[in-house]
Write a protein that binds this ligand. Sequence first.
Ligand code: AMP
Length: 426
Amino acid sequence: MLRAPRGTNDILPPESHKWACLELLLRRLSKIYSFEEIRTPIFEYTELFSRTVGESTDIVRKEMYTFRDKGGRELTLRPEGTAPVARAFLERGLDRGALPKKLFYLGPMFRYEKPQAGRYREFVQYGVEILGSPSAYSDVEVILLAVRIAEELGLMGTTLYINTIGCPKCRRVHREDFVKHISGRVGEFCPDCLERLDRNPLRILDCKNDACRRATADVPLIRDYLCDDCREHWVTLQDSLRSLGLEYTVDPTLVRGFDYYTKTVFELKWPPLGAQDAIIGGGRYDGLIEELGGKPCPGMGFAVGVERLLLAAEKGDKPLAPDVSIDCFVLFPDTGDKRVTEAGFGLLNDLRCSGLSSDFDPLRRSMKAQMKHADRLKAKYVAIIGEEEIEQGFITIRSMEHGWQKQVPAGSVLDFMKEAVSGGTD
Ligand code: AMP
């Protein structure tokens, strides 16, 4: 038997109903916070990610699904959403329109990672980006939306971690001292960290190894090196969060993986998820558009894994409760009487045209088998049409929820059903 590739998921009903429910919630929140949707290609030129996410990051070094197409082009299945959005923003001239531009995306991403609960090779991310605003209030807005998502799903006890990683100007000075400090104690770090020391020293703070964590306890911190602009931004952000009563923890080791981040970085964690407890991560990327060849244009955003949100929602205080029922099952057994079939199909069509979700049994099995089928489909009502109903001009309506059964004149059955479904008849 052929199997799906490792690290991918088939999303089947009833799970797919929960997906739809969550996607609807995310779209509704996007609207409330005034973000418009952008859809970018699933694959991009590889260079887009190597230049922006960074040559030294795990994503670019180990995790990208990169291939050559028949024309010899180097392409990559997108591992994240920010670089494609920035590329499209620039390429399609949105930078010349009204700013800031607030965009959201929702779609699959691909990373060759070791699959485990909450970590897949194909996963879906929802993300927002504000392009063209250098203001710390945009950071606040993005963080507020992240927190709101967790609240809407009843995730009590999330922790918001924030940090600043400054701009290239302040980072340059910090980097020298940081590297000097680490170089003096190379024996205490793992081989991965020693490699990071050359390529991307800040990422040493990201290492999960206990010994490395201990060894970085007293490293020089970027926040002590901030230039005036970055310091003011950092202070405004914290003042605003405090004035909104939003609790947060400053985590000086939070640097996040990608090269394009500047100033603010943040993560929202929810401990009940265990090892993969980071549900939402984001930050500011003031140099990204310039890196892609545009005029300087600041940006701020976050991304959240939809699978991880769903896992969290299962354990949260407001589990997603999609409506998996249908309004009406039209039961018309194969009696050999053409009039039964015509009346059955006619009613089914009328119900559907009126916007009521309806189904029937194409196999035209026995009455008992069809009742069972209606039950499986979680029909709220069953409309029964047999020879007796045809002879006498009525249709039998049964409420599956309340157990009653009524004979309704065939001519008024549609109105009856509409009223019943909207809650008027029970
Ligand atoms: P990142 O793009 O790495 O900052 O990740 C942002 C969010 O995407 C994380 O907090 C997760 O919710 C989700 N995510 C990242 N990688 C994966 C993965 N391999 N599988 C599932 N979700 C992921």
